[in-house]
Write a protein that binds this ligand. Structure first.
Ligand code: MN
Ligand code: FE
Length: 330
């Protein structure tokens, strides 16, 4: 029962299931439910209006709100308009619907940040056009994933399966797995220093969701590879590796642009090292050789994903989030 190009798949018949990992990711997503309004922005509003933030800190916050505000809807559109059409397996589609909803929550997060901080939406939502290092990342993903947006595209035949896999790697591994992570590290570094903790917490929740999106994406990619081993030849693996190298360069450029002089005692180079570290994790995950062999410069990043119930208990929040057990996120 292959996952794509299976004429026997009835997209409306979810039971019995073939791909239990898809179901598990769906359940983990549901257990992670959250909404941005549950996070207080009061301290952030005070800080934002005060003189306590440096110009570099403000720039970094704006850059990240600018990148993520449009990147989240780009991702949502990719799922709904391109991926969903070609993945007919019902348990995968159930997950994709959940992911689409989570992307809507993420889109909502940036509306909430703009509203509470009183930011000019035209500034924030135009950054993907006006800021070169943001535009380059977005354009890279859009160009990289052009083929499956073609209304005549089908996944039939070895070349098309290859194209589909290439585009899935563009969406999941590059966009959600690499292009989000310098920003995550910067915003969480701020939060660790008690700066913009509400925005930081929103980014933590987003990051936890994204780690699941990435886990699903890699399982999907690996399943297609396993079921169509002929597509994963040396030439294609090389091509993918080159793409990922380019993506790393774009992300490093972005990291320098968002915080040219480093921040909070962290040099811009260290954010780049973090990008290298997470890229090696992504490569391992899809069975490609590591490129950088570097230690994680921010071990605290992996703890951020595990937001426990206790934390909520001591804070003012009413909702209890179920922790998703051993959630692997980086
Ligand atoms: Mn997202
Ligand atoms: Fe996502």
């Amino acid at each position: 029962m292959p996952i794509i190009n299976n004429s026997k798949t009835d997209p409306n018949k979810i039971l019995p299931m073939t791909y239990l990992w898809a179901r598990k990711h769906y359940k983990d997503g549901v257990n992670n439910n959250w909404t941005p309004e549950e996070i207080s922005m009061q301290k952030d509003v005070e800080q934002w209006k005060s003189a306590k933030l440096s110009n570099d800190e403000r720039r970094l916050i704006l850059w990240n709100l600018g990148f993520f505000s449009t990147a989240e809807s780009l991702t949502a559109n990719n799922i709904v308009l391109a991926i969903y059409r070609h993945v007919t397996n019902p348990e995968c589609r159930q997950y994709l619907l959940r992911q689409g909803y989570e992307e809507a929550i993420h889109t909502d997060t940036f509306i909430y940040c703009c509203d509470t901080l009183g930011l000019d939406p035209d500034d924030i939502y135009n950054m993907y056009k006006t800021i070169p290092s943001i535009r380059e990342k977005d354009n890279f993903v859009v160009e990289l994933t052009e083929s499956i947006f073609d209304p005549n595209f089908s996944t039939n035949g070895i070349e098309n399966i290859r194209k589909f896999l290439h585009d899935l790697i563009g969406y999941y591994v590059i966009m959600e797995g690499i292009f989000f992570y310098a920003g995550f590290a910067m915003m969480l570094a701020m939060k660790r220093q008690n700066k913009m903790i509400g925005v930081g917490e929103q980014f933590e929740y987003i990051m936890r969701d994204e780690s699941l999106h990435l886990a699903f994406g890699c399982d999907l990619i690996n399943t297609i590879k396993d079921e169509n081993p002929e597509i994963w030849d040396e030439e294609f693996r090389k091509e993918i590796l080159e793409l990922i190298k380019k993506a790393v360069d774009f992300e490093k450029k972005y990291a320098y642009d968002a915080c040219p002089r480093g921040l909070l005692g962290i040099k811009a180079e260290t954010f780049c090292e973090y990008v290298e570290y997470i890229t090696d994790r992504r490569l391992e995950r899809i069975g490609l050789p590591k490129l950088f062999h570097i230690e994680n410069p921010f071990p605290w990043m992996s703890q951020s994903v595990d937001l426990s119930k206790e934390k909520n208990f001591f804070e003012t929040r009413v909702t209890e989030y179920q922790s998703a057990g051993a959630l692997q996120w980086d």
